[in-house]
Ligand binder design. Structure first.
Ligand code: FAD
Length: 433
């Protein structure tokens, strides 16, 4: 039996950051079920390649978290300017589509620009997030941009009816250009600097896992290979597989909220019902090590039906150290509503698609591959989520427990936000909020 001031479930970036801020101030156990830290921000080595769970790029916005992240990485970090594109109508155009239509055929350009202006003149506006995506995108971007990019791309990514997807997640992720930017992007200069990810940081060596490894270094409370099987918030007791009971005064959860409620013995029926209504998709990432590739691009979006994947990127363009000399590495992302993906046919479609868009030329040869599965990848924003989160949140608050991070908070967020939430959860425990 172990007693600790704070039990943290999960040694991903949220859990590691919370533990770092509590170090020396509270006794702390970070139970991480995997045999490595980092959660989704981890890197797997295979055949001389370093593969992440798809592109994991650092978008830094806040001073405190930037200091922590850049301080942890030290000299093992570089800053890059985004080269992201969209492949539609058999050609490339720069990201974001809505402000960079220059690469599209004239007919598509005209349809998108006139649709945008019509929507803009009708009032536009971002809305409060309650509007459903299918209506929102037409109202904000017009019919053309919606038809040629927003609707097919998001249908492929979310695997959830866009007539039921709410838009609370859109503001930071979907750049809204001004009319002059749409027109100039279609008929003149390339629109630069739009969106949250114009610049990004990435480790020079070791893949994104280098960040978690750096944060985990010297963390006295981190224990790998420990899976929390049940918790009782009222009793302050958790049962940990192959370890036994852990008594805690306070709890920080970073595991998926839906799973956490399931393992909470004392969760009331209303909280269980709320958690049961939460939905998410599943993402399968095909990582490929390839010889004979020439492209400077970072990643591309694929709205078209011909491509069963929604995004593909060249990880070795984030850092050449991710692949052996003379080789490049790709990640190709497929989304499902939870059903298993037929890996053999998905792989064949990925190779066909990468050839069709020109990323794999005739001389390219695949020398390594690794499938990685992200069972809970994007949480679905729907009205059930909007209703469920306050119910679960009130119960957690009453029990003085915190559930944070991308999945603990059941949100669409980034690594930096998980780090921020870890630090803020520690602040609250230390009475600093
Ligand atoms: C496809 C995809 C691409 C992404 N790309 C980017 C990007 O480019 N840039 C970016 O900033 N962010 C990106 N993200 C988001 C990023 O991965 C997350 O925001 C961040 O890593 C989440 O960290 P976390 O600590 O909140 O959660 P997690 O990383 O999920 O950590 C939770 C931890 O809890 C552990 N755990 C779960 N249950 C238990 C249990 N019962 N007992 C013990 N341990 C348990 C898990 O093993 C895991 O280690 C992407 C996400 C996806 C899905």
């Amino acid at each position: 039996m172990l007693k600790t001031d704070v039990l943290i479930i999960g040694g991903g970036l949220a859990g590691l950051s919370a533990a770092k801020a509590l170090e020396g101030k509270k006794s702390c156990l970070v139970a991480e079920r995997e045999n490595r830290p980092g959660g989704l921000a981890a890197t797997v080595k295979k055949g001389g390649f370093h593969f992440d769970y798809s592109g994991h790029l650092l978008h830094l916005r806040w001073p405190r978290t930037s200091r922590l992240i850049l301080g942890a990485l030290g000299s093992n970090c570089r800053r890059l300017k985004r080269d992201a594109r969209i492949f539609a109508h058999n050609r490339w155009t720069p990201y974001p589509f809505q402000a960079n239509l220059s690469g599209m055929p004239d007919k598509v350009k005209a349809e998108c620009v006139s649709g945008f202006l019509k929507a803009y003149n009708a009032g536009g506006g971002t809305g409060d997030g309650s509007e459903v995506f299918s209506r929102w995108t037409r109202r904000v971007f017009g019919d053309g941009i919606s038809r040629h990019f927003m609707l097919p791309y998001n249908a492929k990514l979310w695997r959830y009816p866009l007539e039921r997807l709410t838009t609370e997640w859109c503001a930071p992720f979907v750049p809204l250009p001004r009319p002059e930017e749409v027109i100039e992007g279609a008929y003149g200069r390339k629109a630069e600097g739009l969106g949250y990810n114009t610049f990004f940081h990435y480790p020079k060596r070791g893949g994104i896992g280098a960040l978690a490894n750096a944060l985990a270094m010297g963390s006295s409370g981190l224990r790998l290979g420990l899976e929390v099987e049940s918790v009782n918030l009222k009793k302050g007791l958790a049962m940990v597989r192959h370890f036994g009971p852990v008594y805690f005064k306070r709890l920080i959860n970073t595991s998926p909220l839906k799973d956490f409620v399931l393992m909470a013995e004392d969760a009331p029926a209303a909280v269980r019902r709320a958690a049961a209504s939460l939905r998410h998709n599943t993402v399968y990432v095909l990582n490929l090590g390839v010889k004979g590739v020439k492209s400077d691009m970072h990643w591309g979006y694929f709205p078209g039906d011909k491509f069963p994947f929604y995004r593909a990127g060249l990880a070795s363009n984030f850092s050449a150290e991710l692949s052996p000399r003379g080789c490049a590495s790709f990640y190709v992302e497929f989304s499902t509503a939870g059903e298993a993906l037929d890996l053999a046919s998905a792989e064949a479609a990925a190779l066909k698609g990468l050839k069709a868009c020109g990323l794999l030329g005739p001389g390219a040869r695949v020398v390594e591959k690794l499938w990685l599965k992200i069972p809970c990848a994007y949480v679905v924003y729907n009205k059930e989520r909007t209703a469920a989160l306050p119910v679960i949140g009130d119960w957690l608050k009453a029990r003085k427990a915190q559930s944070i991070g991308r999945y603990g908070g059941w949100k669409y967020s980034f690594m930096e936000e998980s780090v921020k939430e870890g630090l803020e959860a520690a602040d609250r425990l230390l009475g600093r909020h």
